[in-house]
Design a protein around this ligand. Sequence first.
Ligand SMILES: Nc1nc2c(ncn2[C@@H]2O[C@H](COP(=O)(O)OP(=O)(O)OP(=O)(O)O)[C@@H](O)[C@H]2O)c(=O)[nH]1
Ligand SMILES: [Mg+2]
Length: 316
Amino acid sequence: MKFIDEATIFVQSGAGGNGCISFRREKYVPRGGPDGGDGGNGGSIVLIGNTKLTTLYDLKLHPHYRARRGEHGKGKNMHGRSGKDVFIQVPLGVVVYSNSDVIGDILDNGQKIIVARGGAGGRGNARFVTSTNRAPRQVEEGTPGVTKEVKIVLKIISDIGIVGLPNAGKSTLLRAMTNARPKIDNYPFTTLSPNLGVLRNNRKNIVIADMPGIIEGAHQGKGIGLQFLRHIERTNLLILVVDISVPKPMDQYKSLLNEFRQYNPQLLSKPRIIVFNKIDLLNLIPPSELKEKIFFVSALKGIGVDRLMDYLKNEN
Ligand SMILES: Nc1nc2c(ncn2[C@@H]2O[C@H](COP(=O)(O)OP(=O)(O)OP(=O)(O)O)[C@@H](O)[C@H]2O)c(=O)[nH]1
Ligand SMILES: [Mg+2]
């Protein structure tokens, strides 16, 4: 299914039903008391997290949601029926905005956020009986529903993000380490949206996200830009994949960090490692002045991948 990570939806909750004004009328009961029931509550619009979803595609296709109003109260103390809540399933990791304020985020399966609360039902006149007023003619109207525009932004939840220039071998590395089977090819921008894979560990599953390639100038919209970088904001570790077979591999590394700086300098304070890939293509002298832990791998041939996986399992 198409990967969509931003959607705006239009929601309308139901109004509350009005309270009823009514008096009991029965044969042989000359002055029956008040028996107007309460109005029902209006239905709310509720977002609910669903682990099975990975995209906001459905919301893009169906942006309008409306919950029904509560019914009005009736005589004989009959309360109006409440409008049903409308549930909208969203993938985990969404951030929910209304008027550019964050309402909240959904990180767990089944977690709910009410984006538009239904109006409250009004009380019927039966509720207003007091010792001095046995026949109240007082009732409440239901409160109105809410109409709102809600923006939903998906930030994938993964433990580790794989980033690098196009064609560096990021997807091949994800394939080598996890069950994921992303598309791999020998041209830039094979990956157009993040791929997720799971590295199984006896303690927990480590989710790894393989990102589209980043090129110099991405922060100005070059290539496919930095729009996907928000998906690594929540990772604990970044893997910088550098193709070591190109003439100046460290230029890749530098421009990558430079793009991070332009996009969001906080990304630079995240723990990261460098994976020099494609070592099968050359006889190599390792650069010695790096702060990061270095891995030399051939994701294609599986060389050095075990050592990398052991490291990731122990560090996560
Ligand atoms: N020789 C060699 N080739 C590799 C290695 N890893 C990946 N490749 C090749 O490099 C090319 C690009 O691999 P991908 O995994 O698609 O690269 P990517 O970084 O995901 O590329 P984009 O998604 O376009 O950014 C493919 O032809 C791979 O077969 C490696 O370790 N050695
Ligand atoms: Mg790729």
